[in-house]
Design a binder for this molecule. Structure first.
Ligand SMILES: [Zn+2]
Length: 548
């Protein structure tokens, strides 16, 4: 059945413009696969005309099969004065090999005159030519009308002409964009309504959050009759960010009561949000609506009491509908269902009734308190589950290792020695690298390939380090902030002060690939090399793990 509202994710393009966000190709592939599994309808992978990394992403993505989502390449209309078939940027859009191409063009007379510096007619031709050219190349074409609302307010007739130019050339969607993010919901609704009356093609909405109304504006358009919404996970994006899909998706399903992503995906929303944060190496924002860890946490005594008596008294929905919980640490329930969902995704036959579930949950909690994070480290989670559920042993053990660094006038070189044991046999190897982790990875791989030749195909695609704040465990912090028992709170506070003085921990997230799939593994230690080794060992173990 066709959804009433299509979700178009642009985390990998518009979202990657956000401050502090820098996705590698491997990151992008992992996020794309996650979004596809979640069930969004379109994934905008990047702008091939703007950087080589995005070209590489599309080359890699071409080899994958996406089950639910259509991949979109993003670009602009042809340049002024250049025939469309000679425009390099447009050629790269076609070469990206995606079923969908999204191009943006100018709506606003101000931008046509002052930024493009061309005639109004030339701008219309640029829009029409490009859309038609892409249609002639059998693309599904989405036309993003930049500054749609601001442009309309300035010169309504011309704005409509630009949208008609896209429609007449065969655009499948015209998407009205609040590019500067400063519009109000009533304006968005009114202009969307006018556009619906004047155009025949389907309309979409793309908003930014500059005045905190990105989601509100998107919903205003959807309530008026737009059927396609563009945004990013966690609201990543330039300045204050894009329209946040982790809010739009539940709003569409639970508030507007329209169909969009598969119903069963909604409970995975919090997990998706956490996954993208981890891959982006950003701290989770506890105040995010719907998916934030504080979104349903009640602190005030009266609220806590009332919620205990009647959940709906201080909650707008049941938090479990989006995979969240009233109080993340106190409620085992959320942790339980999240682990079950993840385990099933990883191919384990784990249900709420599996006897080992309790042991798995306890282990995960224990490790999370030490600073581990499994949201983007599915490899490590799979090993943990496999070891508990199937009593799997590690196929190898690192007996000793040594890393050193030397520097001469020209360069610095790191050298690592690793000794591994497989059953009764040991093997020791040495490798050099331009950094300690690189050297360690080389030596470990070299040692293991002798026993497990298939590891030759495994390579490290990304490496992320996070210093864990203050060396504080979340559980202690939770008790200090939330416990009803004053004495308990004070004890927690003393413990926290003591911990704050000790060395902070480092979490390392490693991403690996064997060309067919990507996976993440995690390590935590006060020593960065040790944390890296844990994650590297996990990566190799996961590669050797038999399909469950
Ligand atoms: Zn945008």
């Amino acid at each position: 059945m066709k959804p009433q509202v299509e979700i178009y994710d642009t985390t990998l393009r518009d979202g990657s413009q956000g401050e502090g966000i820098n996705f590698s190709v491997a990151d992008k592939l992992r996020i794309a696969e996650k979004l596809d599994a979640f069930g969004v309808h379109y994934i905008e992978g990047g702008w091939p005309g703007s950087n080589p990394k995005d070209i590489e992403f599309f080359a890699q993505a071409k080899k994958r099969k996406f089950k639910n989502a259509k991949l979109a390449a993003f670009g602009s209309t042809r340049k002024k004065g250049v025939p469309v078939e000679q425009d390099d940027q447009v050629r790269l859009l076609i070469e990206a090999g995606t079923p969908v191409v999204t191009i943006y063009g100018k709506t606003s007379m101000l931008h046509v005159k002052e930024v493009l510096r061309c005639t109004p007619e030339e701008n219309l031709a640029m829009i029409g030519d490009t859309v038609k050219y892409l249609k002639d190349h059998s693309k599904f074409v989405i036309y993003d009308a930049e500054h749609a609302f601001d442009g309309y307010k300035l010169n309504a007739e011309y704005a409509l002409d630009t949208w008609r130019a896209a429609e007449n050339a065969g655009a499948d969607f015209v998407v009205l964009c609040d590019t500067n993010g400063g519009c109000l919901p009533a304006e968005v609704a009114a202009i969307t309504k006018t556009a619906l009356g004047k155009l025949n093609c389907k309309l979409g909405i793309h908003t930014h959050d500059d005045i905190g109304l990105g989601v509100a504006n998107a919903l205003a358009a959807l309530e008026t009759g737009a059927v396609h919404v563009q945004g990013t996970i966690n609201g990543y994006g330039e300045r204050t960010g894009n329209c946040n899909l982790t809010s739009v998706i539940p709003c569409v399903a639970l508030k507007l009561k329209k169909t969009s992503v598969p119903v069963k995906s909604l409970v995975k929303l919090k997990e998706l949000s956490g996954f993208v944060d981890e891959v982006a190496n950003l701290r989770h924002n506890p105040r995010l609506p719907w998916v934030g860890s504080a979104a349903f946490a009640h602190k005030g005594g009266a609220h806590v009491n009332a919620v205990q008596k009647l959940a709906s008294s201080y909650e707008h929905i049941d938090p479990s509908l989006v995979g969240n919980a009233r109080n993340v640490l106190i409620s085992d329930l959320a942790g339980r269902s999240n682990i079950v969902i993840k385990a099933q995704e990883l191919g384990f036959k784990l249900t709420n009734d599996t006897p080992e579930l309790k042991a798995i949950l306890n282990r995960v909690k224990e490790l999370e308190n030490q600073g581990y994070e499994f949201e983007a480290a599915e490899g490590s989670l799979a090993l943990l589950i496999g070891k508990t559920l199937k009593h799997r042993e590690s196929p190898f053990r690192v007996e000793t290792y040594h890393v050193s660094m030397r520097r001469d006038v020209k360069e610095s070189v790191c050298e690592a020695t690793v000794k591994v044991r497989v059953k009764n046999e040991t093997h020791q190897t040495v490798a050099e690298g331009d950094g300690p982790v690189n050297a360690l990875d080389g030596a470990l791989r070299l040692a293991l390939v002798k026993f497990f030749p298939k590891l030759k195909n495994v390579f490290l695609t990304d490496y992320k380090v996070r210093i864990l704040s203050e060396g504080i465990t979340p559980a202690l912090r939770e008790i200090r902030n939330k416990s009803a028992d004053l004495l308990e709170r004070q004890i927690a506070n003393v413990k926290l002060e003591r911990k704050a003085g000790t060395a902070s921990k480092t979490r390392v997230l490693i991403e690996s690939s064997d060309g067919k799939r990507e996976w993440g593994t995690v390590g935590v230690s006060e020593n960065i090399i040790e944390a890296s080794l844990q994650a590297l060992v996990g990566s190799m173990e996961f590669a050797l793990m038999k399909k469950t």
